[in-house]
Design a protein around this ligand. Structure first.
Ligand SMILES: Nc1ncnc2c1ncn2[C@@H]1O[C@H](COP(=O)(O)OP(=O)(O)OP(=O)(O)O)[C@@H](O)[C@H]1O
Ligand SMILES: [Mg+2]
Length: 273
């Protein structure tokens, strides 16, 4: 079991800066980012493409690619500084405390294994039942139709939207204390997106966990999240309770983002057009 300090916030990020080393030199992806998460927080992370949302999500589990380096600051999960953990401790923390739903769900699945086998392998180290009935229940939970059939398919045989739901089911099955979801519902149609988000939020809230939800869908963030963090060029330009950020945005960039959604038709309207 992973050691965490009682009473500490679930996540605390202090002054985090990170850069990618590229052929053309270093690219700053995060600059002096602070954030904290308490049980029950549903944090929406929004901001234009390239603003650092995925880099921050990955940094919460020290899952940055090799080309990305933390240049200053710290990430603590349950009061434990990730920089001080060895590989085994980090793996245990990812398994016991953190859940990730990646931006690329198909890429996160093993192409050589049927969906059923992947789910079973994910459940085994947790001591959770991995029989057919348990797997069907998992897939039912994310509204996959014909779950029996899907369990027998390989990742390349399912759609992007379905892969996303499988990735969500995999992450939720582990009942993480902090679920980090990077655009988890972008490929889903409006109704399923709404249902899957509702399900994620209910599970998170009832278990006293916290959600970090990276999204371009500001309407959905407003509807489901309790707090919002607005990022731009690697920095946090605004953070606060959802109603404050949406109702009384302080930063011109936030106002600009909000204006863009007021002018765009809702996804449901687009789909019905
Ligand atoms: N593998 C990489 N190599 C070099 N630079 C990268 C790499 N990944 C991201 N970056 C750069 O780091 C910065 C932050 O990128 P990041 O992917 O975190 O943004 P994002 O907010 O998740 O964007 P999106 O909304 O498009 O997913 C950007 O300037 C981006 O170009
Ligand atoms: Mg991203």
């Amino acid at each position: 079991m992973t050691a965490t300090t009682a009473g500490a916030p679930l996540v605390r990020v202090r002054g985090l800066s990170a850069e990618y080393l590229t052929r053309l030199g270093p690219v700053t992806a995060l600059h002096d980012v602070d954030m904290s998460l308490e049980p029950g927080d549903l944090l929406g992370v929004v901001g234009e493409s390239g603003s650092g949302k995925s880099t921050l999500s990955a940094a919460l589990g020290r899952m940055l690619p090799g080309s990305c380096h933390i240049t200053s600051g710290s990430v603590e999960v349950g009061g434990v500084d990730l920089a001080g953990l060895d590989r085994a401790a980090l793996r245990a923390l990812r398994r016991d405390v953190l859940g990730f739903i990646p931006q690329d769900p198909i890429g996160s699945l093993d192409p050589t294994l049927r969906i059923g086998r992947q789910l079973r392998l994910a459940l085994r180290p947790l001591g959770r039942p991995g029989d057919r009935a348990a797997l069907v229940t998992l897939l039912d939970g994310v509204q996959i139709r014909e779950p029996e059939r899907v369990l027998r398919l390989y990742p390349h045989e399912i759609s992007g939207g379905m892969a996303q739901r499988v990735a969500i089911a995999l992450a939720m099955a582990r009942e993480p204390r902090v679920l980090i979801a990077d655009e988890p519902t972008a490929a889903l149609d409006a109704q399923v997106r709404e249902d899957v988000l509702g399900l994620m939020v209910r599970l998170i809230t009832s278990s006293g966990a916290a959600l970090v939800w990276v999204s371009h869908d500001l309407r959905a963030v407003r509807r489901w999240c309790t707090r919002v963090m607005v990022m731009r060029k690697g920095e946090v330009v605004e953070e606060g309770p959802t109603e404050d950020v949406f109702g009384r945005p302080e930063h011109p960039y936030t106002r600009q983002l909000l204006k863009a959604i007021e002018m765009a038709p809702a996804a449901e309207e687009r789909e019905n057009a």
